[in-house]
Design a protein around this ligand. Structure first.
Ligand SMILES: [Fe+2]
Ligand SMILES: [Fe+2]
Length: 310
């Protein structure tokens, strides 16, 4: 099927707009073509008003914005205008998006018919379940104990509430099950673009500066989704290590902007809007899993890339 528009499918994440310098980046984000879509892959900000500001601005500019929550949007902070927690907070953000015309994981999966299409866009909210455990541990309790001992503990532990689920991992398992059923029902003839704040496979977390942090970065329950389904690309954020990697022949794009102290330190920044479709050309497929982005690789080597959530 030929493309029906000249638009491209673009993506960004981890814009963390409470930082004024990141807010300036967002203010400068514009589509290159009138039909460009934008995937906003979580960690827009912590406060409801910040999320609203960014999504309203982007929804006014791009032909379509698709949002998935990061962990930061799900924080409940005393200074926020809403005290909602957990699922209720997520639903409030989904309602905000509906009012702005922004698509979310709660909508039917939209069909991309622009350049590089057709493809089904699958925004997902899956969270994490502490199964990306540090070496030498075999339970969530042991993994968490190792993190506390190392002094590397995600802020989610104190401000991301799972209500009404007993735990964040219970919430994660419910989201995975719900999403898996929807994916199973998708026709296989149109390839999927899977969009989730957290990487679907563990491999991208192997280069974290603090490996113990991986337990807050995804779930083993999605380890085969990129091969189980007909997947054109997987788009994620959260790690603040923007790069392209390939697993089992499937392209994974981390599209994070990250914190100012991170992106300022990187010798060569990737564009803050990463093209997902059409697939960028002139970029040879490397061995599976090899980092493709030299600026990210350099930052990792120098220890500048962060995995801390602050
Ligand atoms: Fe982030
Ligand atoms: Fe995150």
């Amino acid at each position: 099927m030929p493309a029906t528009t000249q638009g491209r499918l673009l993506a960004t994440s981890d814009i963390h707009v409470r930082h004024p310098d990141n807010r300036a980046i967002v203010e400068a984000m514009r589509p290159g073509r009138p039909d460009d879509w934008l995937l906003v892959v979580g960690d827009v900000g912590e406060l409801y008003e910040d999320v609203e500001w960014a999504l309203r601005l982007l929804a006014d500019r791009f032909a379509q914005v698709v949002w998935v929550p990061g962990n930061h949007e799900l924080w409940t902070l005393g200074r926020d205008q809403t005290s909602l927690r957990g699922e209720a907070r997520y639903r409030r953000l989904v309602d905000l998006c509906a009012g702005l015309g922004v698509l979310t994981p709660e909508d039917p999966y939209p069909l991309w018919t622009g350049q590089g299409g057709p493809a089904r866009i699958v925004p997902m909210f899956l969270l994490y379940d502490y199964t990306f455990r540090p070496e030498g541990t075999s339970t969530k309790q042991e993994a968490l104990a190792a993190a506390y001992e190392a002094g590397i503990v995600c802020s989610d532990e104190s401000v991301l509430f799972p209500d009404p689920y007993p735990t964040r991992d219970d919430w994660c398992r419910a989201r995975v099950e719900l999403t898996r059923r929807r994916l199973d029902a998708c026709p296989r003839d149109v390839p999927l673009v899977l969009v989730n704040h957290f990487p679907l496979v563990r491999e991208p977390t192997r280069i974290l500066r603090y490996p113990v942090f991986a337990q807050w970065c995804g779930t083993e329950l999605t380890a085969d989704w990129h091969t189980r389904y007909n997947v054109a690309a997987v788009v994620y954020g959260h790690l603040h290590i923007p790069r392209t990697t390939w697993y089992d022949g499937v392209r994974f794009e981390e599209v994070s902007v990250g914190y100012p102290r991170e992106w300022r330190s990187w010798p060569a920044r990737r564009p803050v809007l990463r093209q997902i479709l059409p697939a960028p050309t002139g970029e040879p497929v490397p061995p599976w899993g090899a980092p493709r982005d030299e600026s990210a690789a350099a930052a990792i080597r120098s220890g500048l890339a962060t995995d801390r959530v602050d």
